[in-house]
Write a protein that binds this ligand. Structure first.
Ligand code: ATP
Length: 424
C-alpha cells in the first residue's frame, strides 16, 4: 500500500513507526511530518488541512490510503472531500466524515448523542446568548465545582472548572456574550462535576464491527503532582491497573457497543478511531468526552502494545472487514514521558539543538515538535519528544524511559519526573 499520514506530532510519528513495520507497505509519506517521521518515510511539506494540496499529491503519487492523525482536517470534512471527488472517492480515508467528527467537534452534539443512546455521562444542559438567564438558573441548581464547556473546538482550552458560583456566572457570560473562545463558545454546555479517576479507551471501527485497543492514562498538567497549567499531555501509561476486566466489560457494554449502534442509527458511516475519555466513578465508567482520532501522547503507549499489522487493520476498516482481522496485544506495560521546551505551555523558545538522540537504547523516541537540517535535529514546538519504553511492570518501563531522558538534552528542556507514580 502507498500510505499518506496527515499530521506532524508524536502521534503521527508513532503511527508512521508502526505503519513502517507493516508487510503491506510499499511507500510511506507524511504531510507535513517532523524530524522523526522522516526516519520511516518521506516528509512532504503540505499542511494537514490543505485539502487541495493533499488532493494533488495523492493523485500524483497514486496513494492507496490516507491516515488522518489530528482532528482538524476531520472536523473540516477531509473524508467528505475525498468521497465527493470523482478521482479521490476510491481512496479510503481512515477517520470519520464531518458528521461523525462532530462527536469531538461539538460538545452539544456528543451530549445529545450520549443521552439519546443511554450512554453514561454527566447530566448537562446547553445554553446560548439568548438563554443566558436560564444558564444562570441552571448553575444555581448545581453544586460546585461548576463545569463549563465551549461547544466547539478550542485547542483543548475550552473547558473551565470553577469553584464558585459568581465566577461561573461571569465566565458563562464571557463565553456567550463576549465570545471568550470565539465562535466555539457561542454555545456552552454546563454539566455536573464528576469526581473520580480519568482514563481513556480507544476503539477502531469500520462502522459495524470494532476492536477495543489498549486503554491508557495521560498526565495533562505541566507540574509534578498534577499541578499547574494544562498541556497537550506530559506522559502516558498503558495498561491502567485500575481498569480491571470487570470495569472494561462495563465500558464495552455500556459505552462502546451503544456508541457504535448509535452511530449506525444516526446514519454515520464512521471509519476510524474513537477516543473515549472516561471518568471512573466508584467503579462505574462515565464518558467525559469523545475525540474522533487517537490521543497524543496516548498513541505513543497504545501502538507499541499492538502486535498486529496496523495496515492490515486499516485495510479492514476501509473495506468493512475489520471483524475478519485479528488483533493481538503485548502484555507488557508501556510508558511515555514528554520532554518539552522550557516555558511551555506558555511562551517558549524554539530552534534549540537536541543532543543525545543516538545514545538512547531500549526506548523508542517519538518526535513531536522537531525539525531537522541534515543530521541536526532542533526543537520546533512546545512538546518536543515522547520517550516510550516497554517493561514487565510500570516501574520497569519508567526506569527505561527516564534512563533515556537523561541522555537527551536541549537548552531549557523539561519533563515531569512523576509520570505513573500515582499508579504504583
Ligand atoms: P482535551 O482537548 O484537553 O482532551 P477538551 O477541551 O476536549 O479536552 P474535556 O475533555 O471535555 O475537554 O474536558 C477537559 C478536562 O476537564 C477533562 O479531561 C477532565 O479532567 C475535566 N472535566 C471535563 N468534564 C468534567 C466533568 N463533568 N467532571 C469532572 N471533570 C471534568
Amino acid at each position: 500500500m502507498r500510505v499518506l499520514v496527515l499530521g506532524s506530532g508524536g502521534r503521527e510519528h508513532a503511527l508512521s513507526w508502526k505503519i513502517a513495520q507493516s508487510s503491506h507497505l510499499e511507500e510511506l509519506y507524511i504531510a507535513p511530518g517532523n524530524a522523526g517521521t522522516r526516519l520511516h518515510g518521506t516528509n512532504v511539506s503540505i499542511k494537514a488541512d490543505d485539502f487541495q494540496g493533499i488532493r494533488k499529491f495523492v493523485l500524483e503519487k497514486n496513494i492507496s490510503i490516507v491516515v488522518v492523525g489530528p482532528e482538524d482536517p476531520l472536523v473540516k470534512g477531509i473524508r467528505d472531500f475525498f468521497e465527493q471527488d470523482e478521482e479521490l472517492k476510491k481512496i479510503p480515508v481512515i477517520g470519520p466524515d464531518k458528521k461523525g467528527a462532530q462527536l469531538e467537534g461539538s460538545k452539544d452534539f456528543s451530549k445529545v448523542f450520549m443521552e439519546k443512546y443511554n450512554i453514561p455521562t454527566a447530566k448537562y444542559k446547553t445554553f446560548t446568548k439568548d438563554t443566558l438567564e436560564e444558564g444562570y438558573a441552571f448553575l444555581a441548581k448545581l453544586k460546585p465545582p461548576y463545569v463549563l464547556k465551549a461547544d466547539g473546538l478550542a485547542a483543548g482550552k475550552g473547558v473551565l472548572i470553577l469553584d464558585n458560583l459568581e465566577e461561573a456566572r461571569a465566565e458563562l457570560s464571557n463565553m456567550l456574550l463576549d465570545a471568550k473562545f470565539g465562535d466555539a463558545s457561542s454555545r456552552v454546555v454546563i454539566e455536573e462535576f464528576l469526581k473520580g479517576i480519568e482514563l481513556s479507551v480507544f476503539v477502531l471501527t469500520d462502522g459495524h464491527s470494532y476492536k477495543i485497543l489498549p486503554e491508557a492514562k495521560d498526565y495533562k498538567r505541566i507540574g509534578e503532582g498534577d499541578t499547574g497549567l494544562n498541556t497537550g499531555g506530559m506522559g502516558a501509561v498503558s495498561p491502567v491497573p485500575f481498569a480491571t476486566p470487570d470495569f472494561l466489560d462495563k465500558v464495552e457494554n455500556q459505552i462502546v457497543i451503544p456508541t457504535i449502534k448509535g452511530l449506525q442509527q444516526e446514519d454515520i458511516n464512521y471509519k476510524g478511531f474513537i477516543f473515549i475519555g472516561l471518568m471512573a466513578v466508584k467503579g462505574e465508567p462515565f464518558v467525559i468526552e469523545y475525540n474522533c482520532r487517537m490521543g497524543d501522547p496516548e498513541t505513543e503507549v497504545v501502538l507499541p502494545r499492538i502486535k498486529s499489522d496496523l495496515l492490515d487493520l486499516f485495510e479492514g476498516v476501509a473495506t468493512g472487514t475489520l471483524s475478519e482481522r485479528d488483533i493481538e496485544f503485548d502484555e507488557k506495560t508501556a510508558t511515555t514521558v514528554m520532554m518539552v521546551s522550557g516555558g511551555y505551555p506558555e511562551s517558549y523558545e524554539k530552534g534549540k539543538t537536541i543532543y543525545g538522540l543516538n545514545e538512547v537504547e531500549n526506548c523508542q523516541v517519538f518526535h513531536a515538535g522537531t525539525t531537522s537540517d541534515g543530521p541536526v535535529v532542533t526543537s520546533a514546538g512546545g512538546r518536543v519528544l515522547a520517550v516510550t519504553a516497554l517493561g514487565k511492570s510500570i516501574e520497569a518501563a519508567l526506569a527505561k524511559s527516564y534512563n533515556a531522558l537523561e541522555k537527551i538534552e536541549f537548552e531549557g528542556a523539561y519533563y515531569r519526573r512523576d509520570i505513573g507514580q500515582d499508579l504504583l
